[in-house]
Ligand binder design. Structure first.
Ligand SMILES: Cc1ncc(COP(=O)(O)O)c(C=O)c1O
Length: 434
């Protein structure tokens, strides 16, 4: 069965380690993957935070198959196909109020680039072309393209790639030891949003186009916004005419127990990036949601001219639109966009039972997201969590690690027995890694 693994240069993977000891997945259904040898693996991370309705959903599969048979591709520039419009219409029924324009992309990274360009261009079309500066946050993750790593704040993703975009600055991250072992939103740190005032004082608001943050940061190890923090960021943006962008690539589509984090926290951004759960991971697709007035600012000039010089060959790809429509139907049929809220307290209690285990320095959770931060092995950052990941894999549970934090983000169809299996497997692995 084993193929030659040599040619494939794997993304975000320790390639040499993997190829010595491969971890292959060849089948998936519901809460589970199977290896080519037939070993069952419980999916603790919804694939990669994307398979929110669980794997192998028949409605989605059927929609993709039907669409492929009917029309494989249609050009998205100056042409359209019905499902692209239908999907946008369906999406704006669940977006936060006022966010009723949808621009399609093919990934989270492309959504981020699109939103950043939209923000700068928006200011220009309304006569404030000097607002070009972009503000991100330390420890932020916004995908891997140049805009995204520039506003992003994870050093390993940045240090190899030169000077990136100019005119970018960062506010401080919100990770605060005072909040260790908080359940849900931590109490301390709303004032960290005031760091944006520092950058306004340094650069002047008239040069700043937008601030981009993840409402809950995932890739940097599950950082949950302190109570009041996002509200304060919104206020400061409003005060200075700065656009607020929420990167909801992982929080979108029910992860926190609400359709979007914006709704969960009661803070509406100006632009929102999504991907992953948009098609349940079945076909690559991303989107940017924009407030009506941002879109409208572009709608001037001669009508035969393109208003926004941006788009991708595969924007609103027919297969992705079909998958997206079937995914939204599945979410609605099963109430999945709010199911996380029902399961959150069972999940919370289970993950917090890991507090106090050897080397566990913090446990944090919100909705169906959990983060278990381990003390690094001195001089070998990331190794302890990676050994926990490998141990869980051997025992039939897929978790994810970033640095020395183990992250959990299971499919939203999860039942209490799955939560119990994930957490008890983790418990054993953490004890063995001591
Ligand atoms: C917040 C956030 N933004 C952007 C991305 C990038 O998405 P993609 O890998 O689809 O480009 C991710 C991926 O995990 C993410 O978590």
């Amino acid at each position: 069965m084993q193929k030659n693994l040599d040619a494939y240069w794997m993304p975000f993977t320790a390639n040499r380690q993997f190829k010595k000891s491969p971890r292959l997945l060849s089948k998936a259904q519901g809460m589970h993957f199977w290896t080519p040898e037939g070993r069952q693996i419980l999916d603790g991370i919804a694939g990669l935070w994307c398979v929110n309705a669980g794997h192998g959903r028949q409605k989605i599969t059927q929609a993709i198959q039907d669409q492929a048979a009917e029309m494989d591709f249609a050009p998205p520039f100056n042409m359209g196909h019905p499902k692209a419009f239908e999907l946008a219409e369906e999406l704006v029924k669940i977006t936060p109020e006022g966010m009723n324009k949808v621009f399609f992309t093919n990934s989270g990274s492309e959504s981020v680039e699109t939103a950043l360009k939209m923000a700068i261009a928006y200011h220009r079309v309304r006569g404030e072309g000097q607002r070009t500066r972009l503000i991100g946050r330390e420890r932020g993750y916004h995908g891997v393209n140049f805009g995204g790593i520039s506003v992003g704040g994870m050093v390993a993703n940045r240090k190899m790639f030169g000077t990136m975009l100019s005119g970018v600055d960062h506010i401080r991250h919100t990770h605060d030891p005072r909040n260790f072992n908080s359940r849900g939103q931590p109490a301390n740190g709303a004032e960290l949003a005031d760091d944006l005032e520092r950058l306004v004082a340094l650069h002047d608001a008239s040069t700043i186009a937008a601030v981009i943050v993840e409402p809950v940061a995932g890739s940097t190890g599950v950082l949950i916004p302190p109570k009041g923090y996002l509200q304060r960021l919104r206020e400061i943006c409003d005060k200075h005419g700065i656009l607020l962008i929420f990167d909801e690539v992982i929080t979108g589509f029910g992860r926190l127990g609400s359709p979007f984090a914006a709704e969960h926290f009661g803070v509406t951004p100006d632009l929102m990036t999504v991907a992953k759960g948009l098609t349940n991971g079945a076909v690559p697709m991303g989107a940017v949601f924009a407030k009506q007035q941002i879109h409208d600012a572009f709608m001037n000039g001669p009508e035969h001219l393109i208003e926004f010089f941006h788009g991708y060959t595969y924007s609103a790809h027919p297969l992705a639109c079909a998958a997206g429509l079937a995914t939204l139907e599945t979410y609605a049929d099963e109430g999945l966009l709010t199911r996380g809220a029902k399961m959150a307290s069972t999940f919370e209690q289970a993950v917090h039972s890991l507090e106090g285990l050897p080397n566990v320095i913090d446990v944090r959770n919100i909705g169906l997201v959990g983060g278990i931060e381990l003390a690094p092995i001195p001089g070998e950052p990331g190794k302890r969590a990676f050994s926990v990941f490998l141990d869980c894999w051997e025992k039939g549970v897929l978790v994810r690690t970033t640095g020395d934090t183990v992250a959990l983000s299971p499919p939203l169809i999860i039942e209490a027995s799955h939560i119990e299996q994930i957490v008890s497997t983790l418990k054993g692995a953490i004890q063995r890694a001591a």
